[in-house]
Each structure stands twice: as C-alpha cells, then as structure tokens.
Design a protein around this ligand. Structure first.
Ligand SMILES: [Zn+2]
Length: 437
C-alpha cells in the first residue's frame, strides 16, 4: 500500500472516529456514518483507499452478503482482507471497510446493485462477481433490466475479470460486455423475472433444447462420472432466445446438487455449514472467485466451511426452551430460498414489515407461492401481518395470527422452530435476542 495523501489520511481517521462514537452510543456498527464523514471531508476518498489493492466487488439481488463473507474467508490465506462484513454496501460503507483495514492488500466488497457502476469506476476493482437479478423493493428499485443495462455500460471496454452466473439470463446480458468472463452454472430457481430475452424482447426457451457438452471448453480431462453429471445439470439450466442469437454461454464451473464441478471436471462435495441450495450456489461463485485470485479449490473449500452464520442468518436464538432458527427472506426469490432450507417437520413463524429498507410496497407477497407451507403449523406476525395473512388465506394455507414475535415464540412447544422474516423484521428479532452473529 502506498501512503495516502495527508487530506485522505485525515478524512479516513476522522471517519473511523465517527464510527467508533456511533458504536459507543449504540447507534449501530458505525460503518455508514464513518464513511459519510470521511467522504464529506475528502470526496475522492474511496478512490484513494482502493488504490493498489486487489479488490473483488460482489453484487446480486440475493446472496451478496453471504458470498462476500465466503470469498473473504477464502482469501484470508493470501493476506489481510478488507471487507464490509456488516452489509453496508454503498460507497460510505466501502470507505469505512477500507479505512478500517488500511494495510490490507486485498478487499472483498459487497456492492448494492444500483451502485455497482459507480463503485467499479471509483475503485478500479479487478474482479467483479455477479450472481442474480430479480424483483426487489418494488417501490424503490427501478426495472431490473435497466440495472443490467447499466452493468453492461460500466463493464464495456474495461479490463476486469467478471465471475458471472450464466444460468441467469439477465446477469449474463449484464456481464457479457466485459473483456473477460468466467461463466458459472450456479442455477436459477426463481425464473419469473427472466422469461423474455433482454437483448430483443423475444421469448427465452429453457428446456428440451439440444445441448453440446462442455468437453472442448474444459481444460483438462473430465472424468466420465462427472461429465455425465455436468451434462444433465447444464441441460437443466440451459436457455436461449427463440428469436435472436443471445443464449447461455458455456459455463466452466457447475453447481451439481451437493457438489461443485471445477473447470478441470473434478467434482468436490460442498460440505459447507451454511444450509440450502442458495448457499451452495454462493459457494460455487466464491470458489470460482478464489480461483481468479490463484487459490485452488482444495485450499479455498476448507475456508468456506469455517463460515457458519452470516450477519445473523441461520443463527439459532433461544428462549424458554424454544430454539428458533432465523432465516432472512427479503424478496420473492429469497422466500423460495428460505422454503428450500425450511425443516418441514417444524412449526414456522413468518414475520413481515414494510419499513424503508424492506420497501414500502408489499405487493411482492403475491408473487410468492406459499402453498408449500400447507400441512404444518404457521404463525404470522410483523407490522404487515395482515397483508401476509390475506395472502396465505387466498393460498389456502392455515395459519395463526399473533401480535408479536415474542408471542409467536411463546405459543410454540419447547423445541425447535424455524423463522422467516424480511429485513427489518429480522433485525428486530436479532436486536431483541442480542446481536448474535
Ligand atoms: Zn433475443
């Protein structure tokens, strides 16, 4: 790291002081206020702090906090890594993350989808990780096609290495102007935002298509067993426009059920601690990113196993003999992921708010297929519990309406219960039970 100019050093130091004060007064983790103070004093601070570091930026609608954490864990083997672990994913949060690890030669930054072009430009990051795009915060976020278009413009002509999920057509379109892309087949369970070709508006075909196995693209031998798995997995996720030449590029990394298949065709079981398909997809993205930094799977995978909970997600909190596992679901695609992790033999508490960070518009509840919850006890709470109750009633899901999370928990028999909550509802539960990470 080269020495920062005096003004930038001062801005960085005052920012850290503000963050410390914020924490000391119980106003949060301080990463946003600290960064804001720093940027107010030196508007070019982020650029200066990013200089001479090897940075990866991670963006997506879902999974960016977890994937940032997984990549960070893997890169620790190379040296100190600066990261915005608390999910403050706009420039103030990035300033704070880089300020608090001044000498770290590496950085892994979660970046809000809308801010990605600006942050790419400011930081000059060399590695960009793009995972999925779907509807989110419907009253605030613009059309996601416009977001992908901004990504395209930001990446065009830039010497960056993009790691992108080829199974998401919109992500593929957003990433495909980059000079170098490593395509990953990480899956796309939520398809409701990508039935149309982003290039021409024509229909996307997804199944029953002719498929060419990846033999020529994979450097090195492909064991017969793995090869078969690759073909079936890839065929399942393949897509192409019916009306123009836009189609899924050939991936070199594959998520194959509980395993990853690397570019050499070698299959590695993803025996990570984080549960569910979505986290295995995050892990594949993290392993492909680690490889871009020169770390082989056998070295990176054990580091991924060390991550057991991310900013409270999957944490189990306890009260009076009830053990509640916390799952965060912020948008329809996220609910799909949470249902995948849910233990169907247990009761489930659902909590929905509609404060600023959640998006004020709860119409997205109608995009989630709640019928999977039929047959088990369901408790509904949160500030917008009536919105959710109406939705469940129409879906034919029996439920019990309760006034608070505490009341919902007290209504459970001693033992385990799963909780799915959206953003501020999740944070309320976390603060009530202490900020377990
Ligand atoms: Zn098309």
């Amino acid at each position: 790291m080269t020495q920062l100019p005096l003004r930038a050093q001062l801005a960085s130091a005052l920012g850290r002081t503000a963050a410390t004060l914020s924490r000391a007064t119980g106003r949060g983790d301080g990463s946003v206020i600290g960064g804001r103070v720093g940027l107010a004093l030196e508007p070019d601070l982020l650029r200066k702090l990013a200089q001479d570091r090897k940075l990866a930026l991670v963006s997506a609608t879902n999974g960016k906090t977890t994937t940032t954490r997984l990549i960070t864990s893997a890169l620790q083997d190379l040296g100190e890594v600066a990261t915005n672990a608390f999910g403050a994913n706009m420039p103030a949060g990035h300033v704070s993350a880089l300020s608090s690890a001044k000498h770290a030669p590496y950085g892994v930054l979660e970046v809000d989808e809308k801010y990605l072009p600006e942050v790419i430009d400011t930081t000059g990051a060399g590695v960009i990780v793009l995972m999925n795009l779907s509807r989110d915060q419907m009253d605030r976020a613009g059309e996601i096609w416009l977001l992908a278009q901004k990504w395209r413009r930001a990446l065009a002509g830039r010497q960056v290495h993009v790691i992108a999920n080829a199974d998401d057509p919109l992500v593929t379109w957003g990433a495909s102007t980059a000079a170098g892309v490593t395509w990953v087949s990480a899956g796309q369970p939520w398809k409701e935002d990508s039935w149309c070709c982003p290039e021409c508006g024509g229909p996307l075909d997804r199944k029953g298509m002719e498929y060419t196995p990846p033999g020529s693209a994979a450097p090195g031998p492909v064991p017969a067993a793995a090869h078969g798995a690759v073909v079936s997995r890839a065929a399942e996720n393949d897509w192409a426009c019916r009306e123009c030449a836009f189609r899924r590029p050939q991936p070199t990394w594959f998520l194959d059920d509980d395993a990853v298949i690397d570019p050499h065709g070698q299959r590695w079981v993803l025996d990570i601690e984080l549960p569910g398909r979505a986290n295995r997809a995050n892990a594949v993205m993290a392993l492909a990113t680690a490889a871009a930094f020169g770390l082989p799977v056998q070295q990176a995978l054990p580091r991924l196993r060390e991550v057991t909970s991310v900013a409270g997600r999957y944490t189990v909190v306890q009260r009076d003999g009830r053990h509640a596992r916390l799952l965060l679901a912020k948008n329809p695609a996220g609910w799909l992921e949470a249902f995948d992790v849910l233990d169907r033999s247990l009761p489930v508490i659902l909590s929905v708010n509609a404060q600023g960070p959640d998006g004020r518009d709860t119409s997205w509840l109608w995009d989630v297929d709640y019928r999977v919850l039929r047959g088990g006890p369901v408790f509904v709470t949160g500030e917008r519990r009536l919105d959710l109750a109406l939705r469940l009633d129409i879906a034919g899901v029996p439920f019990q309406l309760v006034n608070s999370f505490e009341e919902a928990l007290a209504a459970q028999p001693p033992g385990k219960v799963d909780v799915i909550a959206n953003y501020t509802a999740f944070q309320q539960i976390r603060s009530e039970f202490g900020r377990a990470v």
